[in-house]
Design a protein around this ligand. Structure first.
Ligand code: I3S
Length: 128
């Protein structure tokens, strides 16, 4: 997969499919709603794309669609979500604005890679 130009310019660190739910908005708790999502980790942010409807995910890529939302990682916090979900391999991302997300993969190695990559970005932004 070749990232769209705006992401190449935004220095894509990582991209892939994860299960995601938002659990808080501006500090206000939300009802969980898990769904598959394409996630792009860029220089300062995590960008979410909706999974396209219908078949053909093999050829689909985020380049052809608009982001659904994006999260500013400056000042964000990332932890393992041990008490926030019954699922395995879940990480918990909290932004300075009080938006909170859970991200999950069935593959342990995958979520570890994401955790490391997101932490690296948060740490780099802390130092800037
Ligand atoms: O933390 P919760 O509320 O037990 O999360 C579960 C529920 O949100 C559930 O939805 P309903 O309450 O609408 O049935 C979801 O289907 C589950 O996936 C949530 O739990 P997990 O442990 O999967 O994050």
């Amino acid at each position: 997969w070749k990232p769209p130009r705006r992401h190449r310019e935004a220095e894509v660190q990582k991209a892939g499919q994860l299960n995601r739910t938002k659990i808080a908005e501006g500090g206000r708790k939300l009802r969980k709603s898990w769904g598959v999502c394409w996630v792009v980790l860029a220089r300062n942010s995590l960008v979410f794309y909706k999974e396209p409807k219908g078949p053909a995910p093999a050829t689909w890529c985020p380049a052809s669609s608009r982001p659904e939302s994006s999260v500013d990682l400056r000042g964000a916090a990332l932890d393992w979500a041990r008490h926030l979900s019954s699922k395995k391999n879940v990480i918990h991302l909290r932004t300075v604005t009080g938006n909170e997300f859970l991200l999950q993969s069935d593959h342990e190695a995958t979520i570890h890679e994401w955790a490391r990559a997101i932490r690296d970005v948060i740490h780099r932004l802390d130092l800037e």
